[in-house]
Design a protein around this ligand. Structure first.
Ligand code: HEC
Length: 190
């Protein structure tokens, strides 16, 4: 009786594992960014992220949400984030539209104004695995990460000077947009 039960459980487990293997090995899993998500993909990814974030300390922002910090955050944002997350009153760019998951527009609608600043701070510092959201620990200082986190937290309340800083100049530095441009190559040789 017990033997039969154990055998049944083992068989069940093997069947599930076999089905999952078949799903991937037969090319049924989505691979293009334009393909719909896998069953449960979005829900499981969100569940994992939130369960993890809940266990972390929730520090208060280490910079004040004043205009100086928001302008510094805007400088970081237009150089590092706008390509994927867009700018106020500008249409989606090709990179943003072509990604999976599509990066949320942080200056349209609610954006992440309903998340605490520490949560966005953590996401910018560490990135979000298997989403395309890079971690910026290293390239950006802790202060810069707080400044940009406070900026996206207050994206619905920015003043004209901050908006101006966001929209002034190119959104993508030339070296990033055209990595093999003569200017970029010349820089590398130095
Ligand atoms: C290469 C594209 C890319 C760049 C550059 C990028 N992100 Fe993201 N980011 C993403 C994607 C994709 C997601 C969505 C992840 C998801 O759906 O789980 C994301 C998610 C986020 C989130 C969480 C959004 C939410 O709804 O919870 C925040 C906050 C964020 N990014 C801020 C930034 C900031 C600030 C920068 C610049 C310092 C930046 N990102 C740069 C692609 C990018």
């Amino acid at each position: 009786m017990l033997k039969g039960l154990i055998l049944g459980i083992l068989l069940g487990v093997a069947l599930v594992a076999g089905c999952i293997y078949f799903y991937f090995s037969s090319g049924r899993a989505p691979v293009a960014t334009s393909a719909p998500p896998m069953p449960l993909e979005r829900r499981l990814a969100k569940l994992g992220l939130h369960a993890y974030l809940d266990k972390l300390p929730h520090p208060a922002p280490q910079v004040a949400a004043d205009e100086a910090n928001l302008i510094s955050g805007a400088k970081v944002y237009k150089e590092q984030c706008a390509t994927c997350h867009g700018l106020p009153n500008e249409p989606k760019g090709a990179i943003q539209a072509g990604m999976f998951p599509v990066p949320p527009e942080l200056f349209k609608g609610t954006g992440v104004t309903d998340d605490d600043a520490w949560e966005s701070y953590w996401k910018v510092e560490n990135g979000i695995r298997m989403s395309g959201m890079p971690g910026f620990k290293g390239p950006l200082t802790e202060t810069q990460i707080w400044q940009v986190a406070v900026l996206v937290k207050n994206a619905d309340k920015i003043t004209e000077p901050v908006k101006k800083e966001l929209t002034a100049g190119a959104t993508t530095p030339m070296s990033m947009a055209m990595p093999e441009s003569p200017a970029a190559t010349a820089k590398k040789k130095k």
